[in-house]
Write a protein that binds this ligand. Sequence first.
Ligand code: UDX
Ligand code: ADP
Length: 476
Amino acid sequence: MNFPKIKQITCIGAGYVGGPTMAVIAQKCPEINVTVVDINEARIAAWNDENLENLPIYEPGLRSVIAEARGRNLFFSTDIESAIKNAQIIFISVNTPTKTYGKGKGMAADLKYIELCARQIAKVATEDKIVVEKSTLPVKTAQAIKSILDNVGNGVKFQILSNPEFLAEGTAINDLHFADRVLIGGDYLTEDGKAAMNALTEIYSHWIPKEKIIHTNVWSSELSKLTANAFLAQRVSSINSISVLCEETGADAEEVAKAIGSDSRIGDKFLKVSVGFGGSCFQKDILNLVYICRSLNLHDVADYWEHVIKMNDHQKHRFAEKIINTLYNTVSGKKITFLGWAFKKDTNDTRESAAIYVAWELLMDNAEIHVFDPKVTKSQMIKDLNYLAEQNLEFLSIKDQLLSKLVVHTDPYAAMKEAHAIAVLTEWDEFRTYDWERVYNNMIKPAFVFDGRNILNAKQLFQLGFRVFQIGKKLN
Ligand code: UDX
Ligand code: ADP
């Protein structure tokens, strides 16, 4: 197998991973053409929009990278076939949500989009190619891709590499520019495998120091991605479990996090207590891990990781319950204002956001939910709640009635006016700087704040007259 010099890279999937990753590759490798393709025409149109405000995802620093590379050597297109045909390297970066049907429902990753991509590559390719799995996938997916590609019988040879993405949303561009490591899994025991790994290494070496590019076998690479996310999520669930204890005992979870985080063996990252982790990766990857373990009859291992999610569910539920209990055991007819809907700050992504679950529980108790989020649209919020309702047949009949109680605002002060309580669901910086005295004066008394991210100045709010709840602290 002979790989020609890399002149064209194609990425299938122009989402939160594919878009920013390819933008940075194009920025750093001006001599290589990078084409990002997607079946979603509206998404591609948005990536091509003259007005950079209209890019389909919000990510700090992304606009300037796009401004630099787009039209030079970075292209967005819906012509998937040509893009596959012309490329020496094809990244697969399509979505792999948790299955919502059939075998493995609610647990396993749905690989139908990956399989479609593999079939399309197999159909179109006329020359040897390197296929890189970028989406998070269950261990052994590369094998499935390989089996599809190798069995089309047109003589084209493929090398499959696993190159998981470790960027976090909101800091994606910085994470891509200064990656802690780049992981490349391949068949390093064969010459062709090594050549493919070296070709991909060469691309990243344009800006990543060689010693940060790690080579492993394919399975180690796939499993490392799941394990990294499981470990990170586990830290959040661990500190959140301690937050429950703190609220009962009078210890302060932030003080505990600081005290344990200064042990260099533990470290201080991912110890921030919260209303619960969200995002497209943590829950999905752990469910995936659990599903794999169960399929291998490793039930004790599966149980261990499953508890990370159970703890997270508990944290979201506890927050909703705290609001209901504190508001005299009912929120029926009460205006509860959510500050934030995204799963974390600096992104418009809402997948698995704690806000969705907390909103749902409060809507079930007949609350009126008013929301302000600087980047999330009303249609997205409705989509999120609809999706949740559709997972549970019992909710379907009451869905429309509940959704009619969701009010979305573009002005935070209007959102908080005459509210019974405010709940902070996302840690957007601007929430700290609001005129909280003005907010207090316009609220129903007693005025409650439930800070699910511990970002507000609780002491100052208390002095203004608010009753303040923060995670892992006693109620002020
Ligand atoms: C994560 C991984 O960090 C990244 O490496 C991987 O590629 C994709 O999954 P992401 O989901 O974008 O990235 O965001 P992350 O910063 O990891 O946060 C995930 C969730 O955990 C968010 O809801 C965040 O608010 C929450 N979190 C994070 C906490 O509640 N406390 C913390 O200390 C850290
Ligand atoms: P991620 O966070 O993993 O990037 P997203 O959902 O943001 O996930 O993006 C995945 C993208 O992949 C979507 O824009 C979707 O339209 C695209 N996609 C899915 N299947 C295909 C396919 N067969 N061909 C091209 N694009 C696809």
